[in-house]
Design a protein around this ligand. Structure first.
Ligand code: AMP
Length: 306
């Protein structure tokens, strides 16, 4: 780790601290993620190696945060520490949305319209790339989407890392273990979940980008489901074949579906159509990330220049 000079701690994720650091040889600024390996294991476990190679493979996509290097070191107690060296990104979508809430009104409507499309297109591009390589993110949320505020470039972070780490060092805080972006099939206990879980999260992020408020803000799995049902209607076997056979299915209060414009009033018709396809209950009917990119919502976007 002598190659890097730690500058300051920029955040703390589920599995360890993140530092801004300088590569001494080049002066390049990087993000160092410090992780602890499994207590009783010697060397790097094969699962970690597999996950790191997945990250290295996916890092070739412009919308996946680039893993530059992996370094192994030891802490004061002689425990093995793994440092993941990533390209440094100035901000994340969570912080961006928060600042947008404060300053957004002063941004011209045309720019805002373009911005929504640009952000969503990049996100779906990155997700489609991961899915194309057989990788599910499983925890997409604004906090995990890193951004360069100068170019508005968006990159997916924390990809498949969960399996590369040992148990979380700290207890989950409410903020980290958020349920807000979790697909209904996961909340209902489905074990065969697929790429559709990420598309659900993208749909929730899409709505949040527009309203600057999270779409479904549940504080327990039950509340999360009830929030979803209140907007999209309580599902049944007609709307979603097999739903009543899922492990966590109960009798729920009955709500009728509301129009999505009640929740996202500032979204145009094309956008509402896209959002409704992302928030389809039945996972197999949910639009794929690749198909999202072909949706008419993005017609005005100069895709080639991206
Ligand atoms: P995470 O473990 O990915 O949830 O990251 C925890 C914190 O570190 C978040 O607040 C991120 O904004 C920050 N962070 C993670 N990766 C990077 C990176 N590549 N560049 C800059 N900040 C990062």
């Amino acid at each position: 780790m002598d190659a890097y000079q730690k500058l300051e701690k920029v955040g703390e994720g589920t599995y360890g601290k993140v530092y801004r650091a300088k590569e001494k040889a080049t002066g390049n600024i990087v993000a160092l993620k410090k992780t602890r390996l499994h207590e009783n294991e010697e060397g790097v476990p094969p699962t970690t190696l597999r996950e790191v190679s997945i990250l290295l493979m996916l890092s070739h996509d412009p919308h996946v945060v680039r893993l530059i290097d992996v370094k192994q070191g030891q802490n004061k107690e002689g425990k093995t520490i793994l440092y993941l060296v990533f390209e440094y990104m100035e901000t994340d979508l969570k912080k961006f949305i928060r600042s947008f809430r404060q300053t957004g009104e002063s941004i011209p409507a045309k720019t805002v319209k373009w911005l929504y499309r640009y952000m969503m297109f990049q996100l779906c591009n990155g997700v489609a790339f991961c899915h194309g390589h057989g990788i599910l993110h499983r925890d997409l949320k604004p906090h995990n989407l890193l951004m360069d505020p100068k170019t508005m470039m968006l990159k997916i972070a924390d990809l498949g890392l969960a399996r590369a780490y040992t148990v979380p060092i700290k207890k989950y805080t409410h903020e980290i273990l958020t349920l807000w972006y979790r697909a209904p099939e996961v909340l209902l206990g489905s074990t065969h979940y697929s790429t559709a879980v990420d598309v659900w999260s993208v749909g929730c992020i899409f709505a949040e980008l527009l309203t600057t408020q999270a779409l479904f803000q549940g504080d327990s799995e039950l509340h999360q489901l009830l929030h979803i049902f209140k907007l999209l209607g309580t599902p049944n076997d007609e709307m979603w074949p097999g739903v009543s056979n899922l492990t966590h299915w109960h009798e729920y209060p009955q709500w009728r579906p509301k129009h999505l414009s009640t929740a996202v009033p500032n979204l145009d018709q094309d956008g509402l159509d896209l959002l409704s396809q992302m928030l389809q209950y039945e996972p197999s009917r949910r639009i794929s990330a690749k198909k999202v990119m072909e949706h008419t919502y993005f017609n005005d976007l100069d895709k080639d220049s991206l």
